[in-house]
Design a protein around this ligand. Structure first.
Ligand code: SAM
Length: 233
């Protein structure tokens, strides 16, 4: 799978693709990436990529022309284009799994007040928010999305560990323990030391349900976890 990321700060995004598990996935050719500097598509002397908003108000907006040229340079009209934005639909595990089935996604990293609406109208398939808060960097939001998607690709992570994670079946994951058996007066639950696989499975399932009910009760009542995203590519 390939990730194409359009950004004003390519060094932020490139360093992510060159680190840790992602770097290994790139080396093994499970993941390809293309980081495009939007500024390379600005034509004026100062390589201007932002301008004041029509109608007045605070901040700057990413201009449409350099962004459109950058998008055209990667053939974005024929690809799945995602714009991370606090005004988007909530990015979920389910949507990450759907994106993982697409050969290439193009991400636009917003900055300042965001990007010109006409770019969204013309090119963007989905605006997604990584949560109900505002950060200053579309790069960080894009990296969150890429990270949630690529780890689902075959060969990146042991398949068993993906199946038991939070949000996969609408529940939060059970608690984990490792050695030592006792730590600062707190012991590992007996059942985990019992070697009885069926009881351990039941205990973990129960813990998942209790945690979800206590911390995120709305997950238990969601309509099958469906998030309303377009399933097409
Ligand atoms: N003025 C925008 C608003 O109120 O919706 C916020 C712009 S934010 C400071 C700059 C960029 O960061 C956005 O264009 C977007 O790409 C990214 N961003 C910020 N918060 C985000 C979130 N919760 N989810 C996804 N992207 C986000």
């Amino acid at each position: 799978m390939k990730f194409t990321v359009l950004t004003l700060f390519p060094e932020m995004v490139e360093s992510y693709f060159r680190s840790s598990v992602m770097a290994k996935a790139v080396d093994r050719e499970l993941v390809g990436y293309n980081v495009v500097n939007i500024r390379d598509f600005a034509t004026d002397r100062h390589r201007t990529c932002d301008d004041a908003p029509y109608g007045g108000g605070y901040g700057m907006v990413l201009k449409p022309e350099p962004l459109a040229r950058a998008l055209d340079s990667v053939g974005a009209m024929d690809k799945k284009v995602v714009y991370p934005s606090p005004a988007g639909r909530l990015f979920t595990q389910e949507y990450a799994a759907r994106l993982a089935e697409i050969p290439e996604i193009v991400l636009i990293c917003g900055r300042y007040e965001g990007i010109d609406q006409r770019i969204i109208d013309l090119y963007v398939h989905e605006e997604v928010t990584i949560g109900d808060y505002v950060i200053s960097s579309g790069e960080i939001a894009s990296i969150v999305i890429v990270d949630a998607v690529y780890r689902l690709l075959e060969g990146v992570i042991t398949p068993g560990s993906l199946q038991e994670e939070s949000h996969v079946d609408g529940l939060l994951e059970y608690p984990h323990y490792t050695r030592p058996e006792a730590f600062r007066g707190r012991s590992v639950p007996d059942v985990l030391l019992s070697g009885h696989h069926e009881q351990i499975r039941e205990w973990r399932r129960e813990q998942s349900i209790v945690r979800t009910r206590e911390r995120r009760p709305e997950l238990l009542t969601r309509d099958g976890g469906r998030d309303g995203f377009d399933t097409g590519s």
